[in-house]
Design a protein around this ligand. Structure first.
Ligand SMILES: Cc1cc2nc3c(=O)[nH]c(=O)nc-3n(C[C@H](O)[C@H](O)[C@H](O)COP(=O)(O)O)c2cc1C
Length: 302
């Protein structure tokens, strides 16, 4: 089992190539009754901003066929509290990848600098949040802005910088190439797809924020397609995510070219799902006669 799944990413040693996606796994410690954090590749913690944020008012989550809509609004304790209270508790338990968001290019630089500390394995730039007015989607849909944000973070930190791409674009490979040229060490994709749900009785939007991000099984084919396209366009590693609920789902992402994967919405359905996915993936690799997960990466025959 160990050798089948063990891999390396950006200098991090991963026990398995299964990570937890930002915003769906808290800071990792909340899941310790269900998950052996040492068997996860890492935890991409809930988005951190310079100042604490209360998040959006009203309804923040709605169920949809094969997925969910969310508009949390980047609720988080702020970077200061994260560094003083939370990081010391979690830093030795797993690879901590800190997801950050800002309302200006400078915010990303400042946050990346503040997080250049022991215990942070990598920084993930959330340039793709669709749920707050100043939450970054502009950076994720504009090549120039995406490159500026990436360069600002790279200048400020010695940690690997992962840029999280938005699927809410016409051609994701253009943004991917722009951030690779600006120095990104890896990409993660995809974030949520913008969606909306209306209550036909009240005739009002279900979410307080009106629109929200669609995640879960419904978006998996879109995510696999985008990982496949992006893998052919860049030379940096890709962390694939979007609707992964089983080892078979994860295997599709590896075949499409992802070096690691992250599980998001499925954690709400079964908090121990990442462990099951790891076990079943090992069984699949064994059955396919493979010795290590790396042998699957990018092997889709098109
Ligand atoms: C409730 C919720 C909160 C999220 N918060 C964040 C966040 O803070 N930062 C971020 O980059 N992505 C966030 N995401 C996006 C996920 O990390 C992931 O990219 C997306 O949901 C697709 O994966 P999934 O279908 O497995 O959930 C959030 C998703 C959900 C469902």
């Amino acid at each position: 089992m160990n050798e089948l799944l063990r891999t390396e990413l950006l200098g991090m040693k991963l026990a398995t190539p299964i990570l937890a996606a930002s915003g769906t796994f808290g800071f990792g410690e909340e899941f310790e009754d269900f998950v052996d954090l040492k068997r996860l590749g890492g935890v991409m913690v809930k988005c951190i901003t310079l100042k604490p944020r209360r998040g959006n008012d009203g309804v923040r989550i709605a169920e949809t066929p094969a997925g969910m809509l969310n508009a949390i609004g980047l609720e988080n304790p702020g970077v200061e509290k994260f560094l003083s209270d939370i990081l010391p508790r979690i830093k030795d338990r797993t690879n901590v990848i800190v997801n950050i968001s800002g309302s200006g290019v400078e915010d990303y630089g400042e946050l990346a600098g503040l997080l250049d500390v022991d215990g942070v394995a990598a920084i993930e730039l959330n340039i793709s949040c669709p749920n707050v007015k100043d939450g970054g989607i502009i950076f994720g849909t504009d090549e120039r802005q995406a490159a500026l944000v990436t360069a600002a973070a790279k200048r400020s930190t010695s940690k690997p910088v992962i840029v999280k791409l938005s699927p809410n674009v016409t051609d994701i490979t253009k943004i991917a190439r722009a951030v690779e040229s600006a120095g990104a060490d890896a990409l993660s994709l995809i974030n949520t797809l913008m969606g909306m749900q209306i209550n036909i009785h009240t005739r009002r939007p279900v979410l307080g924020n009106v629109t929200g991000g669609l995640s879960g099984g419904a978006i998996k084919p879109v995510a696999v397609r985008m990982v496949w396209q992006t893998a052919q366009a860049v030379n940096i590693p890709i962390i694939g995510m979007g609707g992964i609920q089983s080892a078979a789902d994860a295997a599709e992402f590896f075949l499409a070219g992802a070096k690691a994967v992250a599980v998001g919405t499925a954690n709400f359905v079964d908090p121990s799902i990442t462990m099951k996915i790891a076990d079943d993936l090992a069984t699949y690799l064994c059955g396919a006669g493979l010795k290590n997960i790396g042998e699957l990466v990018g092997k889709v025959a098109v």
